[in-house]
Write a protein that binds this ligand. Structure first.
Ligand SMILES: C[S@@+](CC[C@H](N)C(=O)[O-])C[C@H]1O[C@@H](n2cnc3c(N)ncnc32)[C@H](O)[C@@H]1O
Length: 264
């Protein structure tokens, strides 16, 4: 029996009803599947039965187990196992697969947010179905006005056609059990949208102090006169809090401040 490694965020999913529900949630299309962190291969086994799959695993000990378990699938090219840190693979190639793919995974929670942001940026990734901490899933799927609405919600709203939590998964479904509730997040990307990297930086400024006024956060970086003009142009009240502005207004605001002056 392998000992789960905390540093790699290893919580193995043991509940077969949850595994089956993940498979049933998969979109029907001809896309390849990419899995991040196959672990002991319980979800992988079901994915490979369904479609050709590529998986990225960082842990050398697990690679040994997976190579034995999936020897026939690897030989018959239904399954490709890549031994690397997935973030490194993205840095080196810009994509996890050279063709349309769906990302299906029980993610390592310590880098879950980063992985979803990279998948949103990766043009070849069309659908994302991932298990993550419920708290983070709520942020990605939140709408304006909700207290969980943050920069992550704005990015998801602008770059996807649909983003919602499919169902929750309690800690007892894993071994070892994580400390938090988990959720399956589903994102159907809008393939026509290309995200501008500096927009993410702008959102960080907007939500730097989420409970303060948006104008206060913006004034740490942007010129007061410019902000006053932007608020007037967009017909916004000065007392708005960051979670109260819609994703589309954030996008319009960004276009206006982009060419304006930053504070000297
Ligand atoms: C939450 S476990 C999921 C394991 C398995 N898929 C399951 O559902 O039981 C996360 C997996 O991601 C792997 N992992 C952690 N960091 C990684 C990284 N940077 N790149 C690739 N895999 C990683 C871990 O070793 C582990 O196998």
């Amino acid at each position: 029996m392998v000992k789960a490694k905390k540093k790699f965020g290893q919580n193995f999913l043991k509940d077969s009803s949850v595994l089956n529900k993940i498979i049933q949630s998969m979109p029907i299309n001809s896309n390849h599947i990419v899995e991040i962190g196959p672990g002991l291969g319980d979800l992988t086994e079901k994915l490979v039965k369904y479609k050709d799959t590529r998986a990225y695993e960082v842990d050398t000990d697990l690679i040994g187990i997976l190579k034995t378990k999936f020897a026939i699938d690897i030989h018959e090219k239904r399954f490709e196992l890549i031994h690397t840190d997935v973030l490194r693979a993205w840095d080196e190639k810009g994509t996890l697969y050279d063709g349309s793919y769906d990302l299906i995974a029980n993610l390592p929670y310590y880098i879950a947010t980063n992985i979803i942001l990279r998948a949103l940026e990766d043009d070849n990734c069309e659908n994302i179905i991932v298990m993550i901490q419920k708290e983070v899933a709520l942020k990605f799927s939140a709408s304006e006005g909700e207290k969980e609405f943050s920069g992550l919600g704005v990015i998801t709203k602008l770059s996807s056609k649909e983003a919602r939590i499919l169902f929750d998964v309690p800690p007892e479904s894993f071994d070892p059990a994580p400390k938090v509730m988990s959720s399956i997040l589903y994102i159907k990307k809008d393939l026509d949208v290309k995200l501008d990297k500096s927009f993410l930086k702008f959102l960080k400024v907007c939500f730097s102090q989420p409970r303060k006024k948006l104008s206060k956060n913006l004034s740490t970086v942007y010129d007061k006169e410019l902000l006053s003009d932007v608020y007037k142009d967009l017909d916004l009240i000065e007392t708005l809090r960051p979670h109260e502005l819609s994703a589309s207004l954030y996008s319009q605001m960004y276009t206006k401040v982009k060419n304006g002056k930053e504070r000297s």
